[in-house]
Design a protein around this ligand. Structure first.
Ligand code: ATP
Ligand SMILES: Nc1ccn([C@@H]2O[C@H](COP(=O)(O)O)[C@@H](O)[C@H]2O)c(=O)n1
Ligand code: MG
Length: 211
């Protein structure tokens, strides 16, 4: 399990801060691969809290934050927001939660995200769930998602696919080299994908119980 400094309880004069112990699973995959859909199922069955980096960034825009316009422009272009911003949002969400088990969806999106999270929080993921799906299927899903997202148009979708291949796949490969990736065929129907997800979480849980 990783640890993260609980900033709210940080000592004022160099005294040791309190620490909360967190278990983190990174949920990665291309745009529209079904990360959010499956995270909702995992939350229901396995008691995790779902933190979507994209949702946190969209909430930051809505909050009227000073970074709002910059974030909005980056999302419209399918670009990756500076890690400093995203890591702070994730860290705050974890600290404010009563839970100690998190699914972090859509993060880390690039090497900078990965290194910044590890450096700031000291947390190493238990494992990485990778939803593997063809661009053809993901494009179809995104164009019929109808959630009013600024980035669900064909022009931005193409940019997001390029960013995924160039910046996000290397992060998945990095975790693969550490034996941490659980790859799932995400092109299948939702129920079949969840059956595969469930098998992974059940196996991990059983290992934890046995020790
Ligand atoms: N296995 C599936 N089969 C068909 N449609 C799916 C499947 N999983 C998710 N969808 C649908 O595809 C769309 C995208 O799914 P979702 O929002 O979960 O993807 P995501 O990976 O979180 O995407 P993003 O990276 O853009 O946030 C949604 O409309 C969802 O209902
Ligand atoms: N680590 C991240 C995650 C997301 N973004 C930006 O948000 C967009 C939408 O993300 P979804 O996971 O909801 O698809 C994404 O295209 C990025 O512009 C980010 O910068 N960093
Ligand atoms: Mg999503």
């Amino acid at each position: 399990m990783g640890t993260v400094v609980d900033a709210a309880n940080k000592g004022v004069n160099g005294s040791l801060p309190n620490e909360k112990k967190f278990k983190v699973v990174f949920v990665l995959g291309g745009p529209g691969s079904g990360k959010g859909t499956q995270c909702a199922n995992i939350v229901e069955h396995f008691g995790f809290t779902h933190l979507s980096a994209g949702d946190l960034l969209r909430a930051e825009i809505k909050s009227g934050s000073e970074n709002g316009t910059m974030i909005q422009n980056m999302i419209k272009e399918g670009k990756i927001v500076p890690s400093e911003v995203t890591v702070k949002l994730l860290q705050r969400a974890m600290q404010e939660s009563d839970n100690d088990k998190f699914l972090i969806d859509g993060f880390p999106r690039n090497e900078e995200n990965r290194a910044a999270f590890e450096n700031v929080t000291g947390i190493v993921p238990e494992f990485v769930l990778f939803f593997d799906c063809s661009e053809e299927e993901m494009e179809k899903r995104l164009l019929s998602r109808n959630q009013g997202r600024d980035d669900d148009n064909i022009e931005t979708i193409k940019k997001r696919f390029n960013v995924f291949v160039e910046s996000s796949l290397p992060v998945i490969e990095y975790y693969g080299s550490k034996g941490k990736v659980q790859k799932i065929d995400a092109c299948k129907p939702v129920e079949e994908v969840f059956a595969a997800v469930k098998a992974i979480f059940t196996q991990v849980h059983e290992k934890e119980v046995v020790g």
